[in-house]
Write a protein that binds this ligand. Structure first.
Ligand code: ZN
Length: 227
């Protein structure tokens, strides 16, 4: 009997130690248990285009992480070239990465060869730098037509709410554009290359959370809303 108790105690200690080690290894990432998604509660997907930006993307990543939230980043090949470590951080912390092409051209007027260069070179640099293969893309300026859709090998993700941060560059207006119009299931367009956007994210993320919104990736949003 005594032997049994000793064996059980050892097992419990072992399990406890193992769990502690697992936690220790992942504590730089988001504790996914903390942000279990409730399909019955409202959710939105924050999306950030045109980065990564050495200056502002880390600030946005900090806010997301501190709020147990994730975002989706539609990155440019030219910017990934300069910020490979940052791309790795985005991925490691659980955010989704989408292809936003290499040079941010209007894809609807490109030749087939130019189009595949724009897409493939970006796809390749993300795979090489981050060991991650994007499955979604956002065409620059949202310019897309049926002909182009047929040539793309990834699903196209546009948006339902534009913060117009690229136009106004004003934190207060960005916050108002989002907080006055947001609804369940929205895909919100922002750019992680402006100081005003990074500042707005510091206000928007906690505010949306206090209103009961869950901040999810495009994959998470699709998997729940399609059910
Ligand atoms: Zn863009």
């Amino acid at each position: 009997m005594k032997k049994k108790i000793i064996v059980y105690s050892m097992m419990i200690i072992l399990l406890f130690t193992m769990q502690f080690q697992v936690y220790g290894e992942t504590n730089s990432q988001i504790d996914l248990e903390e942000r279990k998604i409730d399909p019955n509660k409202p959710m939105v997907a924050l999306t950030f285009d045109d980065g990564p930006s050495e200056k502002y993307t880390p600030e946005i990543l900090d806010v997301l992480k501190d709020n147990y939230s994730l975002g989706t980043f539609f990155v440019l090949g030219t910017e990934v070239e300069k910020n490979k470590e940052l791309l790795n951080r985005m991925i490691k912390e659980g955010n989704q990465i989408g292809n936003h092409t290499y040079n941010h051209k209007n894809l609807t007027i490109l030749s087939d060869e130019e189009l595949s260069n724009e897409l493939d070179s970006t796809q390749n640099i993300i795979i090489e730098s981050g060991d991650y293969t994007p499955t979604i893309m956002r065409p620059p300026y949202g310019y897309v037509n049926d002909g182009l859709r047929k040539k793309l090998y990834m699903s196209v993700v546009l948006w339902t709410l534009d913060a117009r941060d690229w136009e106004n560059r004003n934190t207060e207006i960005i916050c108002n554009n989002i907080l006055e119009n947001v609804k369940d299931g929205d895909i919100i367009l922002m750019h992680d290359i402006y100081e005003s956007t990074a500042e707005a994210v510091k206000i928007i993320v906690p505010e949306l959370k206090s209103r009961g919104y869950q901040l999810v990736t495009i994959d998470e949003l699709n998997s729940i809303k399609k059910k």
